[in-house]
Design a protein around this ligand. Structure first.
Ligand SMILES: Cc1cc2nc3c(=O)[nH]c(=O)nc-3n(C[C@H](O)[C@H](O)[C@H](O)COP(=O)(O)OP(=O)(O)OC[C@H]3O[C@@H](n4cnc5c(N)ncnc54)[C@H](O)[C@@H]3O)c2cc1C
Length: 523
């Protein structure tokens, strides 16, 4: 008996798989969404245990999450266990691959910073000659960004800066604290815009696929969700050369099952998407699959103390609040030693001071901390890294995961571009902090290894040219017109912006396009 075909099969239920499910089901198209992980049970999974009940007293079991800096034993159950799904990087090319496998993917856990890309990113090659332009511009996304911002309830301030496009915000007109105002003024002197950050308020304290978009899809009656379904291969109809479904295994029983589909959407989270395409041996006529892996540098920064706030004197609106410095270098002029831009997260808080930033020990440290508590001011870089061809992943057939799937080798290297960018950043922030009257205690020029930002992008980039990219400007595979990719693997360059709001916007746009193509019978 011929097997029933589902209309659209979506692999992954994070931000982008969830967005595709919402848009398509609301247009009356039946979707089946498979996710490798279990349904989240917030009551049970969030249960807090006292530290003495944890076998490693709050640290994680050795070897399970060596690359996840964000992990501790308190949240260890939320990350992918690296022993279950290992990956390799050369010892001198550390890569921090931070993954979540449960329905909703990483969406319940993200930091919610939400900035639009600008044409400085979409048309980056036109500005500095490096890499490729995206096949789209901000104008193509203008109908979609506001719809996504409305769903996510993005709060922000309208600034009118071309490199920081304004959006449909819940307007943030809150005043600066005294210390922040001093830093804003110092920025004016140095030609550096210090603005309000923009972030997704979501609903009930969460801005995840499972509370913002998947419930809308469920309400249509057109969505079937299958958790614990690990897709191990996308299958191909030999007669047409098109994708015709998937082979998947049950996470617990390892039983293999088949699901046939008219259209396949891959939204497994950048590198998992690329791994699956590589295992399936599809979508690589361009040779670009697996290449141009990029992200942002994080970690470098300055830590200061605001003298007037020490010894408990920081009241009366002096301290508090954060800010965002959007990319400001290489707009109309060219910087020495590096291409592209960095943004800066600025934090001014009246909480406890970070003991690691004071060069004291024992009683002296205690005394200093008493005095410095409540006076902290710090910055963190979010710098665009360049998507070189050599930054790539390959399949490792000799090492398989717990479900028999080949794993990934990841090869990435930062260059002098990142080092020079960081130097400019630390020097500029230090000059501003000094002008604002802060005491600079730490200047950290060292940034974290690739992957740390959890913003991995590229490896299945978009291009109008099928010889240069894996998907076209509609996120549709050049090789298989019924296969779409909605996550950040399609990004052409990283930008300084956190990527998720743009990923969701592209997923929404691709889904609108797909629905229309299905209606016309083209797909
Ligand atoms: C702590 C943290 C902070 C962050 N902060 C920000 C921020 O402030 N701003 C921002 O823009 N971004 C941020 N991010 C990044 C953001 O979370 C991701 O960009 C986004 O959630 C990725 O969505 P996705 O749909 O591509 O993939 P994911 O959320 O990774 O979802 C992929 C899903 O696919 C499933 N899957 C994988 N392989 C298979 C398979 N073979 N078969 C079936 N299912 C599969 C997984 O189980 C998973 O549920 C942060 C991330 C983290 C973890």
């Amino acid at each position: 008996m011929a097997q029933k075909k589902v209309d659209v099969l979506i692999i992954g239920s994070g931000h982008t798989g969830g967005m595709a499910a919402k848009i398509l089901t609301e247009k009356g198209i039946a979707c089946t969404m498979l996710d490798a992980g279990p349904m989240l049970n917030f009551e049970k999974d969030r249960e807090l245990k006292p530290v003495h009940e944890l076998p490693y007293r709050g640290f994680d079991a050795p070897g399970r999450l060596p690359h996840v800096f964000q992990a501790s034993e308190f949240n260890a159950n939320m990350w992918v266990d690296e022993k279950t799904i290992p990956y390799y990087h050369p010892p001198d090319q550390i890569y921090n691959w931070v993954r979540v496998r449960s329905v909703g993917g990483r969406s319940p856990f993200w930091g919610r910073q939400s900035f639009r890309h600008s044409d400085y990113e979409f048309k980056s090659k036109d500005h500095d000659g490096f890499g490729e332009n995206w096949p789209i511009s901000l104008k193509d996304l203008e109908p979609y960004y506001p719809r996504v911002e409305e769903i996510f309830r993005v709060t922000g301030h309208t600034d009118g800066l071309p490199q920081y496009p304004d959006g449909k915000f819940i307007e943030d007109n809150s005043p600066w604290s005294g210390a922040m105002q001093r830093f804003v003024n110092a920025g004016k002197k140095h030609g550096v815009p210090v603005t309000k950050a923009r972030s997704a308020l979501g609903k009930d304290g969460m801005a995840a696929s499972i509370n913002l978009v998947i419930p809308d899809a469920v309400a249509t009656g057109k969505l079937t969700t299958i958790p614990n379904a690990i897709v191990r291969q996308i299958t191909v109809d030999k007669a047409t050369g098109l994708a015709d479904g998937v082979l998947f295994v049950d996470r617990h029983s390892h039983r293999e099952m088949v699901l046939k589909a008219r259209v396949v959407i891959v939204a497994a989270g950048t590198l998992e998407t690329t791994r699956l395409l590589m295992i399936s041996n599809i979508c690589n006529s361009s040779g670009a699959l697996g290449h141009y892996l990029t992200d942002q540098i994080y970690g470098a920064g300055i830590i200061c103390s605001v003298p007037e706030a020490r010894d408990g004197k920081g009241g009366k609106g002096l301290m508090g609040g954060g800010a965002l410095i959007p990319g400001f270098r290489n707009l109309d002029t060219k910087s020495d030693g590096f291409l592209r831009r960095y943004a800066v997260n600025v934090s001014n808080n009246n909480g406890p001071f970070d003991a690691r930033s004071l060069p004291f020990y024992g009683k002296e440290l205690d005394k200093k901390l008493q005095s410095y508590n409540g006076s902290s001011f710090s910055t963190n870089i979010m710098g665009e890294t360049l998507g070189h061809y050599e930054n790539h992943v390959t399949l490792n057939k000799d090492v398989v995961d717990a479900w028999g799937m080949p794993t990934l080798n990841i090869y990435t290297k930062y260059t002098s571009n990142e080092t020079n960018m960081t130097k400019d950043y630390i020097d500029t922030m230090s000059a501003m902090a000094e002008d604002a009257g802060f005491d600079i205690l730490v200047k950290n020029y060292e940034f974290n290894p690739p992957g740390f930002s959890i913003h991995e992008q590229g490896t299945a980039r978009m291009s109008d040219d099928p010889k240069k990219g894996v998907v076209n400007k509609w996120n549709q595979s050049h090789d298989m017109k019924n296969l779409f990719i909605t996550d950040a693997s399609v990004f052409v360059s990283a930008g300084w912006q956190n990527p998720t709001i743009t990923m969701c916007t592209l997923a929404m746009r691709a889904s609108d396009y797909l629905a229309e193509e299905m209606r016309k019978g083209n797909v």
